[in-house]
Design a protein around this ligand. Structure first.
Ligand SMILES: Nc1ncnc2c1ncn2[C@@H]1O[C@H](COP(=O)(O)OP(=O)(O)OP(=O)(O)O)[C@@H](O)[C@H]1O
Ligand SMILES: [Mg+2]
Length: 258
């Protein structure tokens, strides 16, 4: 059992970066005794919702390749906000072929013990060493899908390829979920032959364009349903690492006027 949690998308733009970064932020905001690392391990930089990154994984590649990565070097490459550490991915996408699954296993072995939780955005492709390396690093794998037919079809087409690589997802997250969509959770569950506990949803919210413009996650816009779904998802991770879950303080609905 390890403390890595990988979020992978079945297609582009399903919300892999948004969900994984929101979960990392939620845990770090609510559990300040936990050091949380959010890393992009795919063929892109994935800094859509981050401002002012100091460095990317490129800055520590030479240390990783030479197996000489010290935690101080690693921390210097991260954006650090309180107990949240963020390492951005590759800026020069042409260089992605120089990163191998081995890069990930060494990187994780060098830094894992410093953090209580490590959340990885592994993008949505498997023709890339960083994504394959992270997907092979742990059993804790979440697949992000949406209610679009094209997305569902893509999973049906890609499933045999993932299976061949022995990559199995233990949870499916239906993002941008709309209750009125004819593709209900039940429909997807039956179509994909999943069990109910393995399915989660994250509601669609407004402010997505605003979030992009502000370089912030949707968590910041305080949509009750979105934040609740991210909390549920985070609780799965917290339970896995053995952290007791804090009960949310309920607002006082009834106030006495006396
Ligand atoms: N629950 C949601 N409700 C509304 N909009 C969302 C939701 N989740 C993500 N989005 C929006 O969808 C868009 C894509 O999100 P994101 O960048 O996380 O996708 P991705 O799968 O990481 O894409 P890429 O293929 O570029 O890596 C963004 O505009 C984001 O704000
Ligand atoms: Mg992304």
């Amino acid at each position: 059992m390890n403390n890595f949690f990988v979020f992978h998308g079945i297609d582009h733009k399903v919300g892999t970066t948004m969900i994984s970064q929101s979960v990392a932020e939620y845990i770090s905001n609510n559990y300040d005794d936990l050091k949380v690392l959010f890393m992009t391990l795919n063929g892109r930089e994935s800094t859509e919702y981050i401002k002012d990154i100091p460095e990317t994984i490129e800055g520590i590649k030479i240390h990783i390749d030479n197996k000489m990565l010290r935690i101080e070097d690693f921390k210097r490459a991260c954006k650090i906000t309180d107990s949240l550490y963020i390492l951005a991915g590759i800026t020069n996408e042409l260089e992605k072929r120089y990163y191998y699954p081995d890069t990930v296993s060494y990187l994780l072995s060098a830094v894992a013990s410093y953090f209580e939780v490590i959340i990885i955005d592994s993008g949505n492709e498997i023709d890339n060493g960083l994504a394959v390396g992270s997907l092979s690093s742990t059993d804790n794998k979440f697949l992000i899908i949406t209610q679009n037919e094209s997305t569902l079809k893509r999973w049906e087409r890609m499933k045999p390829i993932y299976n061949k690589l022995e990559i199995y997802f233990n949870r499916f997250i239906v993002n941008k979920f709309d209750n009125k969509d004819p593709f209900s959770l039940n429909y997807i569950m039956q179509r994909f032959e999943l069990l109910k506990p393995n399915m989660l949803k994250v509601e669609r919210t407004d402010y997505d364009r605003q979030a992009e413009m502000d370089y912030k996650t949707l968590l910041e816009y305080r949509n009750e349903k979105y934040n609740h779904d991210i909390e549920e998802l985070s609780n799965i991770i917290l339970t896995k690492i053995g952290k007791p879950i804090k009960k949310k303080q309920r607002k006082n609905i009834w106030r006495s006027f006396i």
